[in-house]
Design a protein around this ligand. Structure first.
Ligand code: S3P
Length: 432
């Protein structure tokens, strides 16, 4: 387990691109694998999470070539997957295990899904329950609420499901199962979560209707292969947005970032804090809105964050917490209980680490209050094995008194293997 020390920076400047969107990359493999014909994907994120998805489909007999530029998926049609001969390891990836559970619920074969020590602690009942209602037989630890999960799929019936949580993984798992169900399946969620599945299903020719925070999918419709171009991941871009906002004298252009409105909550929150972020050259790529982001250092102030914006910024809160720690006044976050069941409990992890850096943080069940400080302290902090905690604390180090050492940073490879290299290229350091 490697640790990394990041020194304070005098500015963050330049022009960068971030790797492809993780959510879209997962979905491109999944839909490509069950479509008819050759799907090509450019801009695919080669992080560990997405490689887990790729390997899962290879294990189910799907030929996937990768020349380092383009991923080519030889789709065998809706019913072309084969029973895997071994357990499928989803690694650290919640998207892989939950979406695959939905897809495998529709297959007339047996499969077992597992993951690393963190994934095996994360709640699976949220997908097992609706999929069981559709007729899938799913067993797992702790009354099928924890992986490993064993799935005996096939013969699904359509359901109407009111999800208690706003979760794109739950919605997408049901949508994938719905492709194999008899009739029309609907999912409604309290507040609209990222809609990449809806957009990509449409692109591949699925029959679906979207309505106010919900979607209906018709079963039995074959999908057609597509050429996909994956935009840069706004979740990865957010670390650099915060880095440039909090480091004085910064100006950074981040090219080709996905700005799907169900994902731009962080931009809205950071702007409401006083952050200067401009969207330039807005365009569309494979059914997804894209723009270049221009960010300049700004004096941030504390804000109140709650309600519908929370699911639209759900992966960005570790980075937003760092912005809040550098803002003038108090930032309050509520309605964010979901953060407790991410790769780690992100409320507890950020609260503990920010306190180590001299920031006053009060935790509550569904959020936290952060009181900004003039300058962050230095010392040792812990990633808790969570990629986004590791990257957020690396950004905090840029404005720390004397540098921060972050433990266990190998996890960064799950979503952003080139993070530290890019951070180094844009950080200017004071002469020794
Ligand atoms: C994702 C959905 C979100 C997000 C995760 C990726 C997806 O999870 O946190 O990083 O690709 O569907 P939830 O559905 O649990 O909110």
């Amino acid at each position: 387990m490697n640790s990394i020390t990041i020194k304070p920076a005098t500015s963050i400047r330049g022009e960068i691109s971030v790797p492809g969107d993780k959510s879209i990359s997962h979905r491109s493999i999944m839909l490509g694998a069950i479509a008819n014909g050759l799907t090509t994907v450019r801009g695919f994120l080669r992080g560990e999470d997405n490689m887990a998805t790729m390997n899962a489909f290879r294990a189910m007999g799907v030929e996937i070539d990768d020349d380092g530029e383009t991923v080519a998926i030889h789709g065998n049609g809706l019913h072309g997957l084969k029973e895997p001969t071994d357990v499928i390891d989803c690694g650290n990836s919640g998207t892989t295990i939950r979406l695959l559970t939905g897809l495998l619920a529709g297959q007339s074969f047996f499969s077992v899904l597992t993951g690393d020590q963190y994934l095996r602690k994360r709640p699976m009942k949220r997908v097992v329950e609706p999929l069981s209602r559709m007729g899938a037989s799913i067993l797992g630890r702790n009354q099928a609420s924890l992986a490993p999960l064993a799935i005996n799929g096939g013969d699904l019936n359509a359901i109407g499901y009111e999800s208690p949580v706003s979760s794109a993984q739950v919605k997408s798992a049901i949508m994938l199962a719905a492709l194999y169900a008899d009739g029309e399946t609907s999912v409604r969620e309290p507040s609209l979560s990222r809609d990449h599945s809806e957009r990509m299903f449409r692109l591949f020719g699925a029959e679906l209707q979207t309505f106010n925070s919900g979607v209906t999918v018709r079963g039995g419709v074959e999908l057609q292969a597509r050429e996909i171009r994956v935009p840069g991941d706004i979740s990865s871009a957010t670390f650099f947005l915060v880095a440039a906002l909090i480091t004085p004298g910064s100006e950074l252009l981040i090219r080709n970032v996905g700005v799907n409105p169900t994902r731009t909550g962080a931009i809205e929150i950071l702007r409401s804090m006083g952050g200067s972020i401009e969207l330039l050259d807005e365009r569309e790529l494979s059914g997804e809105p894209v723009a270049d982001l221009l960010v300049r250092s700004s004096r941030l102030k504390g804000v109140e964050i709650a309600g519908h914006v929370v699911p639209r910024a759900i992966d960005e809160f570790p980075a937003i917490c760092v912005a809040a720690a550098c803002a003038e006044g108090k930032t309050t976050l509520r309605d964010a209980r979901e953060l407790r069941v991410k790769e780690t409990d992100r409320i507890a992890a950020m609260a503990a680490n920010l306190r180590r850096l001299g920031v006053a943080v009060d935790e509550c069940d569904d959020g936290m209050d952060i009181s900004g400080v003039e300058r962050l302290g230095s010392g040792a902090v812990e990633s808790c094995g969570d990629h986004r905690i590791a990257m957020s604390l690396s950004v905090a180090a840029l404005v720390s008194r004397g540098g921060i050492t972050i433990s266990d940073t190998d996890c960064v490879a799950t979503s952003f293997p080139s993070f530290f290299r890019i951070l180094e290229t844009v950080s200017a350091q004071a002469a020794p």
